[in-house]
Design a protein around this ligand. Structure first.
Ligand code: F0G
Length: 397
């Protein structure tokens, strides 16, 4: 069943509904399978390893083998900060971001429901992922993107997988409002993270982190926050495994936002339970250029219930962290993903993260999603004549 997170009203899993018809709040899927964690042993390392926790019909699963992403210890950055640092590399998913986990469940649900058209608004990655999974399931796919504000790699993916790409003269928040109205008219099945089935897939990041650590919770999970679905999903995942008795402790959920798009961090700073939308969000990390996150209430609950925190970072801090991760640990991520590392650096400096803490940063999307930002951050390659003398001269200069 689905349940309203505010008034508790219950809905059938087969109903096409995105928010509570009584109070307007967001919904969540209630999922409490009675299983032991031994069942996961010897299964292939994809998010479907935890299929008992996924509220869809196993025979209909649409998958590209998402999940099972690398969990890399970052010794050098960790040592420098005096912490035990791991990075969960979500750019290794089939379309290069964590969205694939949510889309696998979301599109499976679309198949179960028998809808023929799916759609979303997106800052880029959601559209790339939806386009691929819709293609795999044979569904018509409509995506709305904020004009001029979507990184090149993501746009290429959405177009190449055959989505009908519509550029909207407005930002993500306006695009989402528009496509949501269309969904409420029944013209398409909405696969933004307001759809609770998306979060069911993404909660598998939480499952994998504790599984990767040998059935143990880290002290803290840090991740970038935009529309606020992912932080809510990961918290749901670790909480479900905690309730099932698979782990003893829970992590402090720590959300990082760009300074120019920080409604959640602003609310946490003031200790508030609701956000004030940011009207003209702006950041180089276009993936998280969002002013009115639809899962704000769930995200605030995750942060407060876990004794977590939220922090903001500047665009310069994001770009520096992106380079640091690429050049000291060999992990290439897009700007939004680097916000988690930038936030970590700041929280260590401010004394919010204690020495010796075990921290997992979720890096959400691949470096190649945004090639322009990467190229602009580097000096141009030097061009030389094709001979050894010229090469020798240049590398010894
Ligand atoms: N990191 C990346 C790379 C993203 O693409 C997004 C969101 C986030 C972080 C933030 O996650 O919204 O769950 O808080 N991208 C969405 C999109 C909005 O349309 O691709 P969130």
């Amino acid at each position: 069943m689905m349940k309203c997170i505010t008034c508790g009203e219950e809905y059938d899993l087969g109903e096409i509904i995105y928010t509570c018809s009584k109070c307007g709040s967001t919904l969540e899927v209630i999922c409490r399978p009675d299983v032991s964690r031994d069942i996961f042993e010897c299964r292939k390392s994809t998010m479907w390893k935890y299929k008992e926790f996924m509220p869809v019909n196993e025979s209909k699963i649409v998958s590209l083998e998402e999940g099972g992403t690398p969990f890399c210890k970052c010794q050098k950055i960790g040592d420098k900060l005096g912490i035990d640092l791991y990075v969960k590399v979500e750019g290794s998913n089939p379309t290069g971001s964590f969205k694939d986990r949510g889309m696998s469940v979301g599109i499976t649900k679309a198949v179960e429901l028998g809808v023929d058209t799916v759609g979303c608004a997106s800052t880029g990655n959601t559209s790339a992922s939806l386009a691929a999974y819709a293609a795999r399931a044979g569904k018509r796919c409509i995506v709305l993107l904020p004009s001029g504000k979507v990184a090149l790699g993501k746009l290429a993916q959405a177009m190449f997988h055959g989505a009908e790409v519509i550029s909207i003269k407005g930002n993500f928040d306006e695009a989402l409002e528009t496509v949501t109205s269309l969904a409420l008219e029944g013209q398409l099945y909405l696969l933004n993270s307001i759809n609770p089935f998306r979060l069911e897939g993404q909660k598998s990041i939480g499952f994998e982190v504790v599984d990767d650590l040998g059935w143990k919770s880290p002290d803290r999970i840090i991740l970038p926050v935009g529309n606020a679905g992912n932080i809510s999903a990961i918290w749901k995942g670790v909480s479900e495994f905690h309730e099932a008795g698979f782990i003893d402790d829970l992590p402090m959920m720590t959300g990082i936002q760009a300074e120019g798009a920080a409604p959640i961090a602003n609310a946490v700073r003031k200790g508030k339970n609701s956000i004030e939308p940011v009207n003209n969000p702006e950041t180089i990390a276009t993936a998280i250029r969002i002013g009115a996150p639809v899962s704000a209430q769930k995200a605030l609950r995750a942060i407060y219930d876990s004794n977590g925190i939220a922090e903001t970072v500047t665009d310069d801090e994001i770009l520096n962290a992106q380079k640091l991760l690429a050049r000291t640990e060999g992990i290439g991520v897009e700007p939004a993903s680097a916000a988690s590392i930038a936030g970590l650096l700041k929280l260590v400096e401010n004394g919010e993260v204690d020495k010796g803490e075990q921290v997992v940063c979720i890096v959400t999307g691949h470096l190649l999603k945004d090639p322009n930002t990467a190229i602009n951050a580097c000096t141009k390659p030097v061009e030389i004549d094709a001979n050894v003398k010229a090469l020798s001269k240049i590398i010894n200069s």
